[in-house]
Design a binder for this molecule. Structure first.
Ligand SMILES: [Zn+2]
Length: 167
C-alpha cells in the first residue's frame, strides 16, 4: 500500500459520499459515517488517511529512518537525490547493509573502533566523518541535509571510485 493508493482510496470515499453511491470496493481507509456534512466527512477521511499512512510508515521503516523522520510528513530542507535518499532511508552504501546483501565480508567500520558501520555510527560518532557534523541531525535544516549527503557521497566514492560520481 503506497501513499498514492491511499489517496485513490480517499478520493473514492469522497466521491461516493458526495454522489450517494454505494461503496462496493473494500477500502484501505476506515470510512466515517456517510451522514456527516460534506466538510466534516472530507476532514475525517483525511485524518484516517494520515493515521493509516503513519502506521504503514512505522511498520516498514527502520529505527534510523524514524529517528530522522518521526512522521512521514517531516519537512526535508533540500531536494532529495541519490545520496540523500540513502542517508534518509538508512539503506545503501553502509557497511551493515552491504554486509547484509553479501557485498562485504565484515560489517565493521574501518575506523578501528570495532563498531558496525551503520548509518547511526557513521553520521553520529565515526571519527572518519566528524568534519562538518551538526550536533543535532535535523533534516528540516539545510546543514543537516548537506552533511548527510556529503558523507554518503564520500562512502559511494570509497566503494565505487571517483569516476562514479557525476557533478
Ligand atoms: Zn567508524
Amino acid at each position: 500500500m503506497s501513499l498514492l493508493e491511499l489517496q485513490i482510496a480517499r478520493r473514492y470515499l469522497e466521491v461516493c459520499q458526495a454522489k450517494g453511491w454505494p461503496i462496493h470496493r473494500k477500502n484501505a481507509l476506515q470510512q466515517p459515517p456517510r451522514s456527516l456534512w460534506r466538510e466534516e466527512y472530507i476532514g475525517a477521511v483525511g485524518r484516517n488517511l494520515k493515521k493509516t499512512w503513519q502506521d504503514l510508515y512505522i511498520k516498514r521503516s527502520n529505527p534510523w529512518c524514524q529517528k530522522l523522520m518521526p512522521t512521514p510528513e517531516k519537512h526535508i530542507a533540500t531536494e532529495t537525490n541519490f545520496y540523500l535518499s540513502q542517508a534518509l532511508s538508512g539503506i545503501g552504501c553502509f557497511g551493515n547493509f552491504r554486509h547484509l546483501i553479501k557485498k562485504l565480508d565484515s560489517p565493521l567500520c574501518p575506523c578501528g573502533t570495532r563498531a558496525v558501520e551503520s548509518p547511526m555510527h557513521l553520521f553520529t560518532e565515526c571519527t572518519r566523518f566528524g568534519q562538518g557534523r551538526p550536533v543535532e541531525k535535523d533534516i528540516s535544516k539545510p546543514s543537516s541535509c548537506l552533511y548527510l549527503e556529503k558523507v554518503v557521497k564520500e562512502l559511494w566514492i570509497l566503494e565505487n571510485g571517483p569516476q562514479s560520481v557525476h557533478h
